[in-house]
Design a protein around this ligand. Structure first.
Ligand SMILES: *Cc1c(COP(=O)(O)O)cnc(C)c1O
Length: 401
């Protein structure tokens, strides 16, 4: 959707607009607002420009680009020859559903660790696919209880897999995947990780955490455009998974064997998305890979939390559990704080934030990921300050000129 100031001013019903100067939005290089959301995200101009060509899906150049993308994704997880990336056309959830329904056999049983919407979604996928599941659920602001996880594993030998979400984007919490992986390994279970919102920014070593598979997508910390999910699978698990799938399109084994045979997708690939992802990976390497990208996001997160705290907002999570991906803030406890007006005013100023999805608290979220840096975070904080001033709310920092 294109963003124009006139359209937004024309549709705003914000009463402050009648007696304040028109707002000049802080716009990205393409004039669009910055997406401070958990994806899709703001991408670079060069990533978008990579899509200005058409490729045939059987074109040798495209096949080579795709192969290089798949190898690079595996390398980000330090997978080596033991692992292989299987792409899945669609959003991230398509890849998660492909992972769960292809790698978990029909008589398998998954221990699902839930502390937010994405853990719940995995359980729903398993229910629909009629795979048995055991749940360990904690509050959205709390990590799994590892002692309880261990006791479930100890008393339930029929469990075949453990599923965990790396950064649970519902709250922004960083779940302890290394500790969970160690437990899964000790009890001989396959470890399946949804690393959608963390992959590329938070280190994740497939072999070190003992992952059977890791899923992520093109449009989060890798900063590509949406349209491709992928599963980085242990080759041996993939080889053993023939016949598990319950759908044709999400059958990882079939998708992978076709790549082995022909180098091609079984069904139309999102060619433009893949070529943009190739460019995004080049920019990712230029930035210093996981270390460089993680550093920029950690700085964004620090600037955001410090600035918002000074303006009177409280983050939901204890600092120890906060991933540098997205921050959940409590709504201001002040009757004059009107979230819709706040949201609309920030959008008008060039920043799209994200409503909360929590059950434990009334909240909203601001993302730290995408093609944004300290300058954009500080401009977003200026916009927040302006909105608080116009509503007459907030801490000392909000009302100081
Ligand atoms: C974004 C995200 C997904 C996938 O969502 P899609 O809308 O299908 O791309 C899955 N898990 C987590 C933790 C996410 O952040």
């Amino acid at each position: 959707m294109s963003y124009t100031l006139t359209t937004d001013l024309a549709t705003t019903s914000d009463e402050t607009m009648s007696h304040s100067k028109p707002v000049t939005p802080f716009a990205s290089e393409t004039g669009d607002p910055f997406l401070l959301t958990p994806g899709p995200l703001t991408t670079s101009r060069t990533v978008k420009a990579a899509m200005l060509h058409d490729w045939g899906s059987r074109d040798a150049n495209f096949v080579a680009i795709n192969q290089s993308v798949l190898a690079q994704l595996r390398d980000i997880a330090n997978g080596g020859d033991e692992y292989v990336t299987v792409p899945v056309q669609g959003s991230g959830t398509f890849a998660i559903e492909a992972m769960l329904t292809s790698l978990v056999p029909r008589d398998g049983k998954v221990l699902v660790l839930i502390n937010g919407a994405y853990g719940l979604r995995a359980k729903r996928i398993l229910d629909i696919a009629r795979r048995k599941a055991v749940v360990h659920q904690t509050a959205e602001d709390a990590p799994p209880d590892l002692k309880k996880v261990e006791s479930i594993l100890k008393r339930t030998p029929s469990i075949t897999h453990v599923f965990a979400v790396h950064c649970e984007t519902t709250s922004g919490i960083l779940n302890p995947v290394a500790d969970i992986g160690a437990l899964a390994a000790r009890y001989g279970k396959g470890f399946l990780i949804d690393s959608m919102s963390a992959f590329g920014a938070v280190p994740l070593d497939a072999r070190a955490v003992g992952a059977e598979a890791i899923t992520a997508s093109s449009n989060k910390c890798i900063e590509g455009v949406p349209g491709l999910g992928f599963v980085i699978c242990r080759r041996a698990a993939l080889e053993a998974s023939q016949g598990n799938a319950t759908t044709l399109v999400l059958d990882l084994h079939d998708q992978w064997s076709n790549f082995e045979k022909t180098g091609q997708y079984r069904f139309t690939p999102p060619t433009h998305v893949i070529v943009a992802l190739h460019q995004a990976l080049r920019e990712f390497e230029d930035e210093g890979g996981v270390a460089g990208r993680g550093e920029r996001y950690r700085n964004n997160c620090r600037v955001l939390i410090e600035g918002m705290t000074a303006l009177g907002f409280r983050p939901l999570l204890a600092a120890d559990w906060q991933a540098p991906i997205i921050v959940t803030f409590h709504m201001l406890d002040d009757a004059r704080f009107d979230f819709q007006r706040f949201y609309d005013g920030l959008k008008e100023r060039g920043f799209v934030i994200y409503p909360g999805k929590l059950t434990v608290a009334d909240s909203f979220r601001i993302g730290c990921i995408g093609r944004i840096g300290e300058r954009e975070m500080r401009a977003a904080l200026d916009a927040v300050r302006e909105m608080l001033q116009s509503m007459g709310v907030g801490g000392a920092g909000a009302q100081a000129a």
